[in-house]
Every structure is written in C-alpha cells, then in structure tokens.
Design a protein around this ligand. Structure first.
Ligand code: UGY
Ligand code: MN
Length: 250
C-alpha cells in the first residue's frame, strides 16, 4: 500500500467483456455463507459473468455452509491450507490442490483445518434432457494427468472433471514453462474465470497484452480474444473455468 501523499497506479482493468484484478487493492467483504471470513467476490453477474467466483480466506477453524437449492452447483478448490468438507453429512479431507464439485442437490459444510485460501465458484447447473446430472466429485490436482497441449511439451493441461455430457462446467489447470505460450489468439463463446496460481507472464485480452502474475484474477467474457505467454522465472500456472457441453440458448 502507498503512503497517502504518493501517486497511485493500478493494473486493474474493467471492460464490458473482460476484467483483470490484481489482489492488491481488492478489499474483502463478508458473505453470510462464510461467517467472519475474508471474502473477495471476483466475478459476478454485476461484472457481466454468468457465474460467481470468490476468493475465500478462512482462518483455521472458520468455515462456511450451504443448503441444497436444486439449482446451483459449487466448485471448491484449496489454493493453500486445507479443509474438512462434509457433503450430505459425509466427511472428506482436502489439502492444497484438493477440490470438489458439489451438485445442486447436496448440502455442504467446509471447515478450515489451517489458515487457508479457497477458490469457490458457483454456477446455475444447466440440466440436459435424458442425461443424469453428476454426483459429488472429489479430486486432487496432484493426481490429475497433465497432458501435452497441442504438441508443446512446455504447455500442459489438467482437466479436473471428465469432459462428458453430465458436466456443464470444466475446471482446468494450465501450466506453461517459461517462454511457452498458447499457440494462437483464441476467440470462443465460452467464458472463463481465471485465478493465476503461480508465475507471471503476458495475457492478451481483447486487443492488448497485459502483465499478469500470481494472485491475479481475470474474467474473460464470451468471444473475448485471448492468449498467454509465460515469462518466468518459474513456470506459470492458472486455474480456470469454462462453460461446456451445452447448446447456447437462443
Ligand atoms: O480452454 C481454453 O479455452 C483455454 N485454452 N483458454 C485459455 O487458456 N485462455
Ligand atoms: Mn479459452
């Protein structure tokens, strides 16, 4: 934070179709679902996103809970620390890199087992006629294979859920070694909420290259041209969401 008599500058950008927030300068708020916990709502319909994504920083012993509403699915990812997650009364222990997709039909309670940082994303589940919605999915990013992306050994993609019709949401982790990049500027109807887990680089958003680093958040709305290259010195890693496997309503 700068002294009150110093000039201010920020990398924060909020545009109609994308946004970039460095964590510094993002004050926390309180959410009733996470009593007393520091929370930052990174993406929301107020921004233009069709989902809500929050950075949740529970101290040891703090937590949150939600009752099934039959409409909203919740993705929880442990960036650091750990949580005990009880879903419909059954307990699961998640350490750093642990994650869960809780279906709209389940209650959950999360309790931090250490001072922790979580990414929590909520999305209205889009049912598909004739397809059974997925049940609870629990995983550990350390155990998800990192596949070579488009022939580049220095760009690896982990898909945290099966890419199958029951799932209307993909959560992926991209890892780029220094100097590696997406192979083109991509433009697509799907939107992304992106949490930059590690490293630094340049992100192309709409028509401009922007510096990004660990603890930045990016929202990319539908059709925003996007690309990335990693500048190091450590590998860059980001966790991002994508709406998938559904027709686009007209
Ligand atoms: O899956 C994706 O659309 C991914 N290639 N986009 C991104 O990393 N910005
Ligand atoms: Mn993309």
């Amino acid at each position: 934070m700068r002294a009150q008599n110093q000039l201010l500058h920020s990398r924060a950008r909020v545009r109609p179709r994308y946004a970039l927030f460095p964590l510094e300068g993002y004050p926390f708020s309180r959410l009733p679902q996470w009593p007393g916990v520091e929370a930052r709502v990174l993406a929301s319909p107020a921004l233009g996103a069709a989902f809500v994504e929050a950075l949740i920083d529970p101290r040891k012993g703090q937590g949150g809970e939600a009752k099934a509403d039959g409409r909203v699915e919740t993705f929880l990812f442990v960036v650091s620390g750990g949580i005990d997650l009880a879903v419909d009364g059954k307990r699961h222990t998640l350490g750093a890199g642990g994650y869960a997709l809780v279906p709209p039909t389940s209650d959950y309670t999360a309790t931090a087992t250490a001072d922790s940082r979580l990414i929590v994303l909520k999305k209205a589940y889009e049912p598909l006629a004739g397809v059974t919605p997925p049940g609870l999915f629990i995983g550990d990013a350390a155990k998800v294979p990192a596949t070579v992306y488009m022939g580049d050994e220095g760009a690896r993609l982990q898909t945290l859920f099966p890419d199958e019709l029951p799932y209307d949401l993909a959560m992926n982790i991209f890892t780029f070694e220094t100097g590696h990049s997406l192979p083109y500027v991509e433009t697509h109807v799907m939107e992304h909420g992106l949490w930059f887990l590690q490293g630094k680089g340049l992100y192309y958003l709409d028509d401009t290259w922007m510096e990004v680093e660990q603890d930045d958040f990016i929202w990319m709305g539908p059709y925003v041209p996007q690309s990335f290259y990693a500048t190091g010195p450590v590998a860059s890693k980001y966790l991002y969401s994508k709406n998938v496997n559904r027709e686009i309503p007209v």
